[in-house]
Design a protein around this ligand. Structure first.
Ligand code: FAD
Length: 500
């Protein structure tokens, strides 16, 4: 008789704690296949990069290490999920697939629909557990915060791995190590990028809540200092090494014990934002490609490839913009304000459509989370209609948040001899100064590709005019109804805070 098995399909939930699908599968008691698939269709998409897959592989390796002590293991396949499921079904009788709901990009959404069809055709039950307090198909925002807090206060899902019975598929599924080029790329080391895995996630959380949180709000906008004073938990959340509930509950304990209630509260608010944005995306996933408010479709339609390339490479001639881009390319991380500045430089100063830069930054961000990335991109680009329009002046940001140019000099060595009074605007140097400070503008370092002041003034006029247009105002009512709860003060605050 064919063996009946259950499957736990891991996606952006790479942990062994607070994991409802794992708990449910253990309770069922059937032999279970633990499955992760590196899916070629996702790997080859424009938003994907090696750093994401390396982080995932490291996370899986840490899980594997713990599982081995229980004589268990995950099958790590290089395969489309449907093909892997079909292979398993050819050898066994799949009864139930357990997974978390994924709020991913359009490709993963289509893949989920194909999996649903496969399950229906093969009489397989697919039980998807909710993720981080996000509700599928939510029609409006009423009670979102209340529901979120209720979920965050629920007990963690207890996992007893002693009771898990696994079913080993042997070499039937194509193992990731068989794809040599891919395997070599994800197993190579990269010293600047945060390592993946549950243990690292806990270390970052512990060091943040016990020490680093002290300067959290003070340094949050500073490109250099924020790297230590912010939690740096975003990649662990994006790939599910920790659940929001785990972080929320640990933070609450710190809140009770710690004197620094202001900073911990500041942090907990942002955990709420994380889910607030993903819920926004869940309610309208076309945000990945289209302006949320189509009243903005008429502007910024043509691309200037030379501008886009200069922005992507960090060669715009604006030191803080270029330093941020070079830093994120190398390290995978930037704080919120600098991410916002990069986007507004592209969309306001260079007057390019936001879509021209969304994939480039998705690839650089180790914490790439579609549900935050696309709504944030549109919010900064000003295409939501309902939010205020903000343009970050790259020179002012530089003077305010990197006054001595320490961050700039770290990422643009050509500027290292320039004194702090001119580092923010090196193009003002005379020929003699350029020689003296060993930096010839246009040769050692780029001349500015646009005049930021003129460009920002142009953008402000056009964006505000469009924002007041009939078309935008007409769509705003619909957007407000779906994405906000204007009667709920708490949700209102959440939206406003994000623009500061
Ligand atoms: C254009 C743009 C794209 C972004 N893309 C992503 C992305 O792909 N993935 C991602 O996790 N964040 C994204 N952010 C939000 C934010 O910049 C990062 O979450 C934050 O910088 C991560 O650093 P941290 O973990 O040290 O944050 P902390 O300040 O320590 O915050 C803790 C957690 O709260 C959440 N959070 C903090 N700020 C925000 C915010 N403004 N919006 C939503 N959630 C927030 C994150 O989960 C973060 O890990 C984006 C912001 C912008 C402007």
């Amino acid at each position: 008789m064919t063996q009946s098995v259950n499957i736990i399909w891991f996606k952006r939930d790479l942990r062994l704690a607070d994991h409802k699908p794992l708990q449910l599968a253990i309770a069922e008691g059937l032999p279970t296949v633990l499955l992760y698939c590196f899916e070629p269709s996702l790997l080859n998409h424009g938003d994907s990069s090696e750093r994401h897959w390396r982080f995932i592989y490291q996370s899986l390796q840490q899980m594997q290490k713990v599982l081995r002590t229980y004589n268990l293991s995950i099958q790590i396949a290089y395969s489309e999920v449907i093909d892997a499921l079909q292979t398993i079904q050819n050898h066994c009788n799949i009864k139930t697939i357990f997974s978390h709901q994924e709020i991913g990009n359009q490709i993963s959404f289509k893949r989920d629909k194909a999996v649903k069809l496969f399950c229906n055709n093969n009489n397989i039950q697919w039980i998807e557990s909710t993720t981080n307090g996000i509700t599928r198909g939510l029609k409006g925002r009423k009670d979102f915060s209340k529901h979120w807090h209720a979920v965050m206060n629920e007990p963690l899902f207890e996992i007893d791995l002693n009771k898990l019975q696994i079913f080993n598929m042997g070499s039937i599924l194509s193992n990731v190590s068989e794809n040599e080029i891919f395997y070599n790329s994800i197993t190579s080391k990269h010293s600047y990028i945060q390592p993946g895995g549950e243990q690292y996630a806990h270390e970052y959380m512990k060091s943040f809540l016990s020490q680093r949180v002290a300067n959290y709000s003070k340094h949050i906008s500073k490109p250099m200092e924020s790297r230590k004073s912010c939690s740096r938990l975003s990649p662990y959340l994006a790939w599910g090494n920790l659940s929001i509930k785990q972080i929320y509950q640990t933070s609450l304990k710190s809140f009770v014990q710690n004197k620094d209630k202001f900073n911990i509260n500041f942090f907990i608010n942002r955990l709420h934002w994380h889910c607030h944005f993903i819920q926004k995306f869940e309610s309208d996933c076309s945000i990945e490609y289209k302006n949320l408010n189509n009243g903005f479709d008429e502007i910024r339609n043509s691309k200037n490839e030379a501008y886009i390339t200069a922005w992507e490479k960090g060669e715009t001639g604006y030191p803080l913009v270029d330093a941020c881009m070079k830093c994120v390319i190398e390290t995978g991380y930037l704080n919120f304000r600098m991410r916002s500045m990069l986007v507004t430089f592209l969309t306001h100063q260079l007057w390019q459509p936001w879509q021209a830069g969304a994939h480039h930054l998705a690839k650089q961000f180790l914490d790439y989370e579609p549900g935050i990335h696309y709504p944030q991109f549109q919010m900064q680009a000003g295409t939501m209609g309902v939010n205020t329009i903000r343009t970050y002046n790259p020179i002012k940001q530089s003077k305010d948040h990197d006054p001595q140019g320490v961050f700039i000099k770290k990422w643009i060595p050509a500027l290292q001899h320039i004194p702090e009074n001119i580092i923010h605007e090196p193009w003002v140097m005379s020929e003699m100064e350029q020689k003296m400070y060993k930096c010839i503008i246009g040769s050692d370092y780029a001349a500015p590709i646009i005049d930021s002041k003129t460009a920002a003034a142009f953008a402000r006029v056009h964006l505000w005019e469009t924002k007041k247009s009939k078309n935008v105002l007409k769509n705003n009512a619909k957007i407000l109804a779906i994405h906000t709860n204007r009667k709920n003060k708490e949700d209102d605050n959440t939206l406003q805070i994000n623009f500061s």
